[in-house]
Design a binder for this molecule. Sequence first.
Ligand code: ATP
Length: 492
Amino acid sequence: MKNNGNVIEKIVSLSKRRGFIFQSSEIYGGLNGCWDYGPMGVELLNNIKKEWWNSMTLRDDIEGLDASILMHPKVWEASGHVDNFTDPMIDCKQCKARFRVDLLGGMLNEKRKKKSVRALNENCNESELKSKIEKLLSENNEVNAFDIIIEDEQLSGLLLQELNCPQCGTKGSFTQARQFNLMFKTFIGPVEDSGSVVYLRPETAQGIFVNFLNVQNSTRQKLPFGIAQIGKAFRNEINTKNFLFRTREFEQMEMQFFVKPADDKKWYDNWKEQRMKWYTNLGMNLDNLRFQNHPENKLAHYAKEATDIEYNFPFGWGEIEGIHNRTDFDLRRHEEFSGKSLKYFDEEIKEKILPYIIETSAGASRSFMAFLTEAYSEEEVKGEQRIVLKLHKKIAPIKASILPLVNKDGMPEIAKKIEEDLRFKFKIFYDDKGAVGRRYRRQDEIGTPYAITIDTQTTEDQTVTVRERDSMEQIRISSDSLSAFLHEKLST
Ligand code: ATP
């Protein structure tokens, strides 16, 4: 399915049809970059978050946290977001399309970028520069002009006159490139002035950093230990695209692990391995996952070492999680800006130190999309197409369906009794509408691992059939043992 170019459209359509994802405010034409999770979607998302939460907090060296979305504006000055959380943007005046310049460019490395800028700029007046640019664009495809736009204002203006809009093809129709801060601003209190500006958090991490000592003091944790948090984050992305991949409101699952500075490499490698395993343990094929290490010249301002876990989406490889060695950057900056010490007393060396931080920052919404993509499959069964979501049992929204074969002959009564028995133990779905084959297909489409059918034989010997989603094999078991059966199957 992966190579099928339409697979995203198919997933979007299934998501709407079966209640996974709806467009936000759909009846008003939708709101760009925002999506709603429907009845199946919210179950799947909650299951992904629960698996992550359990993997992080059911151990003795990680504590949980739920910090507020709105934080003191100084937090974002200290973190560098006010100055650095920007993307370069240009608009086409002709077709009104808006682009992130860095995504249009071929991403030259810094050295080559600087060299190209220097070569263009050296000792020439404007008309010489113009002809140099024309020559560059016609001859030298190695240099990607979009890459050097943001480097130099004068060059940028001239280059933009020569470049074609990727959408409508018009030459020289771009506005000046400008840096655009991705943080959403709002106001606290009734007066909308600069003194009351606050931001919707663009990441959950800062809530963890500023609470480092609160958590450490209240739990008496010793290094190394971590703090985990799941929550909404907001980024005013210039271009939202690829369904849930790049949205303006999304959820993150972040864990910051505080270590002694000398142990940073050990823990960075350890978390890389643990995080990759988390995805494969939940059914992702290792062939569809890879690490993409950040080259030194592309490291974020806070990072000493960084890698992305990428998933092989139908539109190409895309980051689903970042793992960073953030050094003591964050704690040091918050000390500076708040004037409060965030040091930890190391009893071994009897000294106060600033720990280093290893961050694992996963997108709940992006993982959701990766799990959905991984699970989506189409098969031919007896000449008919079957769409099935082969979701791992642990994250499947519904664990079992209960299907009386017909709505008579005592079958609904038995089915209702089974439902009563299972309802509070597992997420189940009762369906008595239509032919049983169609009911199986409906459950396959939402990834329900087991279908329990009550038929004539059930009324005679209290056995039911249990159909397994992927193999479609059926076994007969006693209805009394259903709870134990599901319990065993779902926990292994
Ligand atoms: P990108 O380069 O794709 O914009 P990023 O490097 O800015 O991502 P991080 O700041 O490392 O992303 O955020 C950590 C995780 O949060 C990402 O791996 C991703 O899963 C998720 N994430 C970030 N931005 C978005 C978004 N706009 N929509 C959905 N998920 C996002």
